[in-house]
Design a protein around this ligand. Sequence first.
Ligand code: ATP
Ligand code: ATP
Ligand code: MG
Ligand code: MG
Lengths: 165, 165, 172, 172
Amino acid sequence: SRDRFAETFKAVRENFQALFRKLFGGGKADIFLIDPENELESGIEIVARPPGKELRSISLLSGGERAMTAIALVFSFFQARPSPFCVLDEVDAPLDEANTGRYGEIVKEFSKISQFIMITHAKRTMAFGDVLYGVTMQEPGVSTPVSVRFEEAAEMIDDQPVAAG
Amino acid sequence: SRDRFAETFKAVRENFQALFRKLFGGGKADIFLIDPENELESGIEIVARPPGKELRSISLLSGGERAMTAIALVFSFFQARPSPFCVLDEVDAPLDEANTGRYGEIVKEFSKISQFIMITHAKRTMAFGDVLYGVTMQEPGVSTPVSVRFEEAAEMIDDQPVAAG
Amino acid sequence: MKLTRAILSGFKSFADRTEFDFDAGISCIVGPNGCGKSNIVDAIKWVLGEQSAKSLRGGEMRDVIFNGSTRRKPAGMAQVTLVFDNTDGVLQPAPNGEADTSDTVAVTRRLYRSGQSEYLINKTPCRLRDIKEMFLDTGIGAGAYSLIEQGRVSQLLNASQDERRAFFDEAA
Amino acid sequence: MKLTRAILSGFKSFADRTEFDFDAGISCIVGPNGCGKSNIVDAIKWVLGEQSAKSLRGGEMRDVIFNGSTRRKPAGMAQVTLVFDNTDGVLQPAPNGEADTSDTVAVTRRLYRSGQSEYLINKTPCRLRDIKEMFLDTGIGAGAYSLIEQGRVSQLLNASQDERRAFFDEAA
Ligand SMILES: Nc1ncnc2c1ncn2[C@@H]1O[C@H](COP(=O)(O)OP(=O)(O)OP(=O)(O)O)[C@@H](O)[C@H]1O
Ligand SMILES: Nc1ncnc2c1ncn2[C@@H]1O[C@H](COP(=O)(O)OP(=O)(O)OP(=O)(O)O)[C@@H](O)[C@H]1O
Ligand SMILES: [Mg+2]
Ligand SMILES: [Mg+2]
């Protein structure tokens, strides 16, 4: 219905403005209807300005900035209409360490209302998990579960600096 | 010219078959003309089978497997017609630790004939660099170079396991 | 409504019956490239009603059935079960129109190599639409924002204004 | 032919003149999200002749000029210079048709906010095509496989059979 759309959009929009600021530590972002007169069909535009930077096309944002902006958007929906569980597959791939930590923090906060399942290769993200599930292919081509404790996982992917040259 | 295409394609194809096996530690991959009779216009197909697995559509490969297959393809071109330098921007993003190491090793090997510039967030990849260039934004919105030594870089991105809960 | 368990059998690389118990607030699934983590996501999408093989990274739906390894024969069927704790009554299962008031709701989807499909709610055979209708308005289900596949995060920003609107309509 | 230096000035987030000395076999560029690493890749593409603003992540070419921060005014011009050691003579610079036999080849591209462009080889003004022709057959230049942008690796496999052929023709 039209009212539900307007109401949901308003909530998502407000969430997005706040969550972006939270994830970026400042700056400004917004989503809005291209054609507010035509609520039923109007496309949706998105703008984002990280702190200290000028407003420019979101295509010019970096890989990590785009990922953090998209994370803010996904969680804005989630905050407006929470689902019982949420699955996130390697969402942290383009993020640096600091942003990986912020991603983990926002998942932790939202995990008070819903279950989260995160697939990741990053030790720092794993540390936010209450439980770790390992998957392995001891027998080629066949997946099997393997119990993992954080210390083991951390060690398993620990960066041993490989001597250069 | 047609001869040059045929000759280059043959070289790239042989390189790809060998590099894939090297990067995956086995398995089998190939590129071929859809329509060998029509060399001038034929599209190119690619198949890849990681070791121990059955041959299936490359769409079913995992994110990391696809990245390693693409890396094998890029370096197959490179091996056939080396360029003086090569720039790789966060090619290692979907890779686990083991594959990140293999990616670094193949870059190291090819760096005997050309210069490589890798952009990365991964400590393990950084360790393959002979020189590290840091970029930072001390002043918001303005990029400035910063000298980085590996130990500093490693520390700067070191995974301090964040206590969960 | 809480997800408590996922059971995969013959689904993609999960040749053997594999059970995952979920009860924690945050679960992390880890493992090397190609070990099967994203296949678990596909399994959840599939049992919730995903009908697009492409959306499951395959060419046809039969691609989700374990099709062998160098040492094993292909499986004859793929099966996925999700178990939910429904003490809060958010789910209102009604397989074939008959209300089921249990505190636990198990949803099962099967696909045989012959192409035949089976669907069950709490062991009662039903239609796929019964499953999809049950999850309607819960925020879960194929296409929702509650399931972010590998590589999809950037697509959210690349989308055109109208695609973004379509995503919104689906989610809202 | 070896790349020895890259100098960015007013190019995207590099408001101030910034020099990178490359001589090692393997150089790694590191730093936090959004600090400007991929902008360096864009700078290299641009000075080698990239004419598609979209390929540089912008809407129009003017988007490559530093357009200010909360504390700084926009720049009036973007300039990038690449310096090559050409002792092996691989490059045969001929700005305006006049052969230049130096051991060092510097290529410069400028774009003013007015829209005016300037191109130079070893400080001799020339046309963009002189730069592109110089790099022809060296394996470098916009569109080649020697420059893999962020996120592009997966596209190589997603491509259709004909797109893959197009990529091949360009590279071969
Ligand atoms: N029907 C099938 N039968 C057997 N194996 C399959 C089937 N479909 C897909 N696979 C295999 O599953 C593997 C992919 O698994 P998946 O995408 O879950 O990996 P992943 O753990 O997410 O890895 P990454 O970390 O690289 O993303 C591929 O090697 C693929 O060949
Ligand atoms: N013309 C311009 N003037 C000023 N800043 C610009 C301009 N064009 C782009 N930028 C800024 O440059 C930043 C992106 O830089 P870049 O893509 O190089 O980051 P990065 O270091 O590669 O980060 P990541 O690790 O996330 O990929 C963006 O914040 C963008 O706003
Ligand atoms: Mg995956
Ligand atoms: Mg980047």
